[in-house]
Write a protein that binds this ligand. Structure first.
Ligand code: ADP
Ligand code: MG
Length: 312
């Protein structure tokens, strides 16, 4: 079974239970309308030692900041603002003390940067490997929520930053080169907090999500949720590494979104004015006649065997 097959089976198993007002499993966050035109957003992500991080290759403070940042990324991906987190730690004996204190320093600094308060959690001992589980809570104006299911045929597909550096950095780390520029990118993901909030406020932006598994996997989620197809112009992928590494590697934590083609040029101009950076057109949303992503190389269809990252 694949990771996403398993999640689908969970969703089906709970489909007949009352939703209690929640829009649940399937998007970057669950959504709960609280009245007054606002909703709360909930998301949870886990980091396991030797799966998501190596203690030998990242400082405790970096792991602390990353644990917060990857969760806040999912709030940004909905167009919301992070307000609070809950942190549960399973610490090994040798991590109690100095490691845990350094971890919390990184977690606190990253919390301060994005304006999220730590409101609770749990602390236990782990027999093998450190486990870190974070739940982040955000809020969003109802009209600004960007779902994976809102892409329209004809939309332009955008990403808001360079892709692949994190994957290249992971490769460096695994081959023992822990201090390359890309390795530092991998260890220090930057959640697109202000960018997500701003894009949330743009009615011409339709679907949005964060890129955690690579465009080759993440764009499929928008296609499936929206019932559409998509083509990607591989020569337009913004990257300093190979296109394959840029679309298949995970953990970029940039935003992937679709926008009305008539507003696209204006959006590019206003985003540049606001952030002093570019957004990149990488493709188009098409009809649902093809199930996978259509990869184009300067307009000519190519058939690479590209898949995003999957845990299973
Ligand atoms: P993301 O990469 O945005 O964090 P995931 O790919 O981890 O999202 O998860 C996809 C969706 O499935 C999300 O809505 C998430 O909340 C949900 N999900 C993942 N694992 C579980 C689980 N064990 N139980 C319930 N929902 C889950
Ligand atoms: Mg996400």
């Amino acid at each position: 079974m694949t990771e996403f097959g398993f999640i689908d089976s969970i969703r089906r198993a709970f489909g007949s239970l009352p939703d209690n007002g929640f829009e649940g499993i399937g998007d970057d966050c669950a959504v709960y309308p609280v009245g007054g035109g606002e909703s709360l957003l909930f998301t949870s992500d886990m980091l396991n030692e030797n799966v998501h991080f190596l203690r030998s290759a990242a400082s405790a403070a970096e792991i602390g900041a990353k644990s917060l940042s990857v969760n806040v990324s999912d709030i940004a991906a909905m167009g919301g603002r992070p307000i609070a987190t809950m942190l549960s730690l399973g610490l090994t004996e040798d991590a109690v003390g100095e490691w845990a204190e350094e971890f919390m320093r990184g977690y606190r600094d990253a919390s301060e940067r994005c304006g999220a308060m730590l409101i609770g959690g749990d602390t236990t001992i782990s027999e093998s490997g450190i486990t870190i589980s974070v739940t982040a809570i955000g809020r969003c104006a109802d009209g600004n929520i960007k779902r994976r299911s809102d892409a329209s045929v004809g939309d332009i597909v955008f990403v808001n930053g360079m892709l692949g550096a994190s994957a290249a950095g992971l490769k460096d780390i695994l081959s023992g080169h822990t201090d390359t520029a890309n390795a530092r990118v991998h260890r220090n993901p930057v959640p697109q907090t202000e960018q997500g909030l701003w894009l949330g406020g743009q009615p011409c932006v339709h679907a949005m999500m964060d890129i955690s598994d690579g465009v080759a996997s993440d764009l499929l989620h928008i296609m499936k949720a929206s019932g559409v197809g998509a083509s990607v112009d591989t020569e337009r992928i913004p990257t300093e590494v190979s296109v394959e590494e840029a679309v298949c590697g995970g953990e970029d934590y940039k935003l992937l979104f679709t926008a009305d083609p008539l507003s696209a040029a204006d959006l590019e101009r206003r985003y540049r004015e606001r952030f002093g950076e570019d957004i990149y057109r990488i493709g188009r949303i098409t009809g649902p006649d093809r199930s996978g992503i259509v990869w184009l190389d300067n307009g000519r269809e190519v058939s690479p065997d590209w898949h995003g990252f999957s845990h299973f």
